[in-house]
Design a protein around this ligand. Structure first.
Ligand code: FES
Length: 251
């Protein structure tokens, strides 16, 4: 069976470097197999651009399996595109119609400056993690760590929070460019486990302060972050982080 193909008009954000601001450039994507992923479609465009002696479109990617959190662009106004719980690398062209015009932009947030085209600098997330998103308590060898019992409820909640891949879609989706879903997921996944409790107070205080310093906005319960999170991280993580923060601030 031959794969179905479609033709699209792409309006892609092109920007050479941090400054000056870029602009949209129009490309025609011809004979795109609907079995392709969105990133494979961009690969096809880039091959043609290279053949034409032009600069290919810069975009981030690594695993292309929805695991690493590297990919991401705003497609038709939605981070990672129109599908729920799907990263851009796992979005397939069968979800577009022949003749569609597709608008592709980078994440838009003060804390994520554009490096080039669709690539943004997400090192602000690394700074938040470095501020407290780890456990430094000694837990011994693997066998010793397995001797620390973790309740089923806490283990499930920690596991759900640990699904965050740090892609930044939550920030891109939020009208305040808030990173609270990301930080909340990290605070929960570490703080719910017995190994993470000794550092819970300093962790939440330092991560929240770092997030504020780096220019991320506050949460005003828009819930866009939860809706566009490819890993379905719940805004309950934000509520849990707020409770931890208040407790830590007054103790
Ligand atoms: S490239 Fe790894 S999640 Fe998309």
């Amino acid at each position: 069976m031959t794969a179905k193909t479609i033709n699209l008009t792409l309006k892609v954000w092109r920007q050479k470097r941090l400054q000056p601001k870029g602009e949209f450039e129009t490309h025609t994507a011809r004979n795109i197999s609907t079995d392709m992923s969105f990133l494979e479609m961009l690969d096809v465009i880039n091959e043609q651009l290279v053949l034409d002696g032009k600069e290919p479109i810069a975009f981030d990617h690594d695993c292309r399996e929805g695991i690493c959190g590297m990919c991401g662009a705003v497609v038709d106004g939605e981070p990672h595109g129109p599908l729920k719980e799907t990263t851009l690398c796992q979005l397939h062209m069968r979800h577009f119609k022949n003749g569609d015009t597709v608008i592709i932009e980078p994440w838009r947030a003060r804390a994520f400056p554009v490096i080039k085209d669709l690539v943004v600098d997400r090192s602000a997330f690394d700074e938040i993690i470095a501020a407290g998103g780890y456990i430094s308590a000694k837990t011994g060898g693997a066998q010793d760590a397995n001797n620390i019992l973790v309740g089923k409820d806490a283990a499930d909640k920690a596991f759900n929070a640990a699904a965050c891949i740090g892609c930044g879609a939550c920030v891109a989706a939020c009208p305040n460019a808030s990173a609270m879903l990301f930080a909340g997921a990290k605070v929960s996944h570490l703080g719910l486990l017995p190994q993470g409790r000794p550092e819970a107070k300093t962790r939440v205080l330092q991560m929240v302060r770092t997030m504020d310093r780096l220019g991320f906005g506050n949460c005003t319960n828009e819930t866009e972050c939860e809706i566009k999170c490819p890993k379905a991280i719940s805004i309950r993580e934000i509520a849990r982080m707020n409770r931890e923060f208040v407790k830590a601030s007054f103790s």
